[in-house]
Design a protein around this ligand. Structure first.
Ligand code: NOJ
Length: 528
């Protein structure tokens, strides 16, 4: 395991601290869209969304399961990473997390009591294939997910399954360098096939990989996720090349997706009848100023974050706007590979949380990292003239900008000819990361407001014709938030990590009222 303490420390500082504590008291905050009163006046209800629209809640394996070495599971890259460098603020890890591995049955009751029709969760690769393609399938792992799937279906809840959400068996890293090596493509296809074979009779919604753009940049450019690869000026890792490795990793991920999706489309979809997509992290970028250069910078940022994944999977190649900057460094696709990846998704999974300003760096002073091709010569900031783009949350840079939801959906709708979309994640992290008074945590008015406002703008984009088919709250319950450990809470359910007790927050009651009783999105009296 290679340690990368310096860049980790710098990055953690930005990521972990109580983000709102950084905001100067005197600073102004833009409203990020409608004012609450205007939303109230719209009276958006469940019935304003299409009848078959899938409302759900989401989680991921490493963040909730725990049981990190039980019943044949092997160590994952995250187990090894967190045991060695310590991940959260207090060196926490996901060894126990929400102990969902043991508590899944009562958790499914909780999901059911929210009134949702879908639950998004991910498969722990090291639980079902502890040694990847080098070993046997772990029957206990298959049984665990079978029980989850069966119990969800019994309660009328669609399983919406992510095959890979950041965690994989450490053996694949140790043997051949995981995603840096094209061998990982075959390992991923093997995992996907085991999933289709064992679960595909009941799972009708698959996504292959969660947030490839974020994963490649955190793990191979900033070096803050395992395997901690980076180079100056991004960080001082023991290994890596921040300008190039993310491109190779991304190519392997896109081909892994393409091959798994092809297998699904050719062999499994005809008999199982489901659909398959990918999940993309989609920030909304707006130009810092109205200069042509900043307008171009915002477009470039979108193209490099979203287009770099979706253009190949829909149109068969990287976007020309991105190649213009990265051209000589980019490992390209052969004709045969283009045919594999082209048209390989049935829907787009959108993870959207926030909007940020984009500033051009081709022609102005920027940080050394923003002046690199891999960053598209773009610098991002949540401030314009000292005014924060929206209210702060528990994660630095994740400001509340509800109108961004409509804008990002419309941007993706236009670029990809209104391909079906699901909002696979949208959520609010409590800014009071050091807050210990449970009653304050439970009375999460800001989370309710966040979801109500973002949903209002989502409803608007749907009314304007966007083919959005579902919305998942991140997250079902407070969980292990990667580098922030347990210090940041996104859940509809509060989790006491000492006792594993779950308590519904105000937001859980609000969601249920909205879904089951068709109450207005903003109707505080209904769930106070
Ligand atoms: C996206 C990731 O998919 C999820 O794992 C994470 O917890 C949320 N964003 C919040 O940061």
């Amino acid at each position: 395991m290679k340690l990368n303490i310096k860049s980790l420390a710098t990055f953690l500082f930005l990521y972990l601290i109580d983000a709102c504590a950084l905001v100067p008291e005197t600073s102004n905050i833009a409203d990020g869209g409608f004012k609450l009163k205007e939303i109230e006046d719209l009276h958006i209800k469940r019935s304003d969304f299409p009848p078959g629209f899938l409302f759900g809640a989401a989680s991921s394996s490493y963040q909730v399961e725990g049981a990190y070495l039980e019943d044949g599971k092997s160590l994952s890259n995250w187990d090894v990473f967190c045991h060695s460098v310590g991940c959260g603020e207090n060196g926490e890890n996901g060894d126990i997390a929400d102990d969902h591995y043991h508590l899944f049955l009562t958790d499914i009751d909780r999901i059911h009591s929210l009134g949702v029709k879908a639950y998004r969760f991910s498969i722990s690769w090291s639980r079902i294939l502890p040694r990847g393609k080098f070993g046997e399938v772990n029957a206990a792992g298959i049984m665990f997910y079978n029980k989850i799937i069966d119990n969800l279906i019994l309660k009328g809840i669609e399983p919406f399954v992510t095959i890979h959400h950041y965690d994989f068996p450490q053996e694949l890293e140790d043997r051949y360098g995981s995603w840096l090596n094209s061998e990982m493509q075959e390992d991923f296809v093997h995992l996907a096939e085991i999933c289709f074979k064992n679960f595909g009779d009941r799972v009708k919604y698959w996504t292959t990989i969660n947030e490839p753009s974020l994963f490649t940049s955190y793990a191979y450019m900033w070096g803050v996720y395992p395997p901690s690869h980076c180079s100056e000026p991004f960080g001082n890792c023991l290994a890596g090349n921040s300008d190039v490795e993310p491109l190779f990793v991304m190519r392997n991920m896109l081909l892994a997706h393409g091959k798994a999706a092809k297998l699904y489309h050719q062999i499994y979809q005809p008999k199982q009848g489901g659909s398959i997509g990918i999940v993309v992290n989609c920030m909304r970028f707006v130009p810092l100023t109205d200069s042509e250069l900043d307008i171009e910078a915002a477009k470039r940022a979108f193209v490099l974050q979203v287009g770099w994944v979706l253009d190949p999977l829909i149109y068969g190649d990287y976007p020309a706007e991105g190649l213009k900057y990265l051209g000589s460094e980019v490992p390209r696709f052969s004709m045969e590979e283009k045919n594999i990846i082209k048209n390989s998704i049935d829907f787009i999974g959108i993870n959207h949380y926030t909007t940020i300003y984009a500033k051009d760096c081709t022609n102005s002073t920027c940080s050394p990292t923003a002046k690199r091709a891999i960053q598209g010569f773009v610098e991002t900031t949540p401030y314009r003239d000292g005014v924060l783009i929206g209210e702060c949350t528990g994660i630095e840079g994740f400001s509340v900008v509800p109108r961004g939801m409509e804008e990002i959906v419309n941007q993706i709708k236009t670029r990809y000819k209104n391909k079906p979309m699901f909002i696979t994640e949208n959520g609010y992290s409590s800014p009071d990361v050091h807050e210990t008074r449970v009653n304050v945590m439970l009375n999460d008015v800001k989370r309710v407001k966040y979801h109500s406002e973002y949903l209002t703008f989502l409803a608007k984009s749907i009314r304007e014709g966007a083919d959005v088919r579902g919305y998942f709250v991140w997250s079902l319950m407070d969980n292990y938030e990667w580098l922030s450990g347990y210090g940041v809470r996104f859940g509809l359910y509060y989790v006491d990590h000492e006792t594993q007790k779950r308590i519904p927050k105000l937001s859980a009651r609000w969601y249920k009222n909205f879904l089951v009783n068709n109450t207005d999105l903003i109707n505080m009296k209904a769930y106070a």
